[in-house]
Design a protein around this ligand. Structure first.
Ligand SMILES: [Zn+2]
Length: 460
């Protein structure tokens, strides 16, 4: 944990001074409602969801579409009904929609045009200033066997990715009883195993409609604490966070970020840092291992289309995968059992991963939006650092937090709070040449946004 500087709001508001601070002080008291969300998450309900999803013979995207069948149509019907039940239990606050679209043929994985459905459960935000702000959590309900086109062979997909869908369902059940400033979208997508079809469609639609997605948390393969070698680690979850997008024609913004040494401070990485800190506060038994990479080698997930659309998106995955359990026909070969069956899922572990997701969503959806217009003044040579930003519109704004760290450090090391009326401050004795700065916004209860890396302001 970083050392939080003392809250010097009044003093700073008057004097507009910074401090080369970092003295340890009280972190904000945990939000008791968020602590309750964390404790309400049930490993037993998650277990039931995983077993039900794995009971369909296959959830392959090209499998039986009939609602009464034992293919993807049956699974879709069940997932939708579960969200519907959560909605009913929360007095109808959760809005459940089907996002159905025609996927054109795209051989080899989609040999003919196909109807694909995502289930979208939305908990509308209650903040007057926050109507467009949206946070998304996702898992994929489709599955596959060894052959990616095998739409009839058994593919229970318990870990990949009934575990993620079960976590999303459980969070919808629990969180729909609480209020958040920003909208929460609980998403169960299909087509992941074919070509990320469901998430691609939804992310593109969101961009086209101008949805302001501040965070997307993909949960894919979060079911097992046991690695292929048999090592058990119940205390770690990996969180993959991309740096600068590798694109042929980088934007001026991306080039400026790289010139400023900000390659580790893309929005997905600031999001990952925030999630890690929130997890440490609310779910100390599970360490978030942030990995500076979009995804594992040879693999991809539903966060990628969101990154493609310019949204901050990250991926949770168990600490070490057992590849005998993924994308495998159910069989035994030379004494080795293959297949993604529920008996290999650690439901207490999945519940802890869900708790980290729930705490992160809750804090970020109650926090103000990340501040906009964050700049570091770079118009003259000096050893102090002056930052400025646009005022945040939230009525419950508690202030802004200046954070910084060594350029070689992965996580924030120092913090200094300033009052809500301040939009420019100088941190004396800490040079922007030597450290990385960020600015967060927090509310009166202490919920803080992810940090924003400042762009360089060349004029006074
Ligand atoms: Zn998957």
């Amino acid at each position: 944990m970083r050392a939080l500087g003392p809250c010097l709001s009044g003093f700073l508001a008057l004097a507009n001074l910074g401090r080369a601070g970092g003295e340890p002080s009280q972190a904000p008291a945990p939000d008791p409602e968020i602590a309750r969300i964390v404790s309400d998450i049930s490993a037993e309900r998650i277990q039931r969801s995983v077993y039900v999803l794995a009971s369909f013979k296959t959830r392959h995207t090209l499998s039986d579409p009939l609602p009464s069948g034992d293919g993807i149509g049956g699974a879709l019907t069940w997932v939708r009904a579960e969200f519907g039940r959560a909605s009913a239990e929360s007095g109808g606050r959760l809005r459940v929609d089907l996002d159905t679209f025609e996927q054109p043929a795209s051989p080899p994985r989609i040999p003919q045009p196909l109807s694909i459905s995502n289930v979208v459960a939305t908990l509308p935000g209650t903040g007057a200033e926050a109507s467009g702000r949206t946070l998304v959590i996702s898992g994929h309900y489709d599955s596959r066997a060894t052959n990616p086109l095998d739409s009839t062979g058994a593919a229970p997909g318990a870990d990949d990715d009934a575990s993620g869908v079960a976590a999303v369902l459980e969070l919808a059940r629990v969180m729909s009883h609480y209020k958040f400033s920003a909208n929460l979208v609980f998403l169960a997508v299909a087509g992941e195993e074919q070509a990320l079809n469901g998430s691609t469609h939804w992310a593109r639609q969101a961009r086209a409609r101008g949805v302001d997605i501040e965070a997307m948390l993909d949960n894919d393969i979060i079911g097992s604490s046991r690695s292929e070698s048999g090592h058990v680690d119940r205390g770690t979850v990996r969180l993959f966070a991309e740096g600068v997008r590798p694109v042929p024609n980088p934007s001026d913004e991306q080039i400026a970020l790289l010139k400023a040494g900000g390659e580790n401070d893309t929005p997905p990485r600031e999001l990952a840092r925030a999630v890690r800190e929130i997890a440490a506060a609310y779910v100390p038994s599970l360490k978030v291992r942030v990995i500076y990479r979009a995804d594992r080698y040879l693999r991809g997930g539903d966060h990628l289309p969101f990154l493609e659309e310019g949204y901050p998106a990250v991926r949770f995955t168990e600490p070490a995968e057992d590849f005998r359990r993924q994308h495998q026909d159910l069989r035994e070969e030379k004494g080795v059992v293959y297949g993604d069956t529920p008996d290999h899922v650690d439901f207490a572990y999945v519940a802890d991963v869900a708790r980290v997701n729930g705490a992160a969503l809750a804090v970020l959806a109650r926090a103000p939006a990340p501040p906009r217009g964050v700049q570091v003044e770079a118009a003259r040579l000096e050893n102090d650092t002056t930052l400025r930003w646009n005022p945040s519109p939230e009525p419950d704004l508690g202030g802004y937090r200046i954070v910084w760290r060594e350029t070689t450090s992965p996580f924030w090391e120092h913090a200094l709070d300033v009052a809500p009326g301040v939009t420019r401050t100088t941190v004396e004795g800490v040079s922007k040449d030597n450290v990385v700065f960020g600015v967060e916004a927090f509310d009166t209860a202490g919920h803080a946004s992810p940090a924003v890396f400042p762009s360089a302001r060349r004029t006074l």
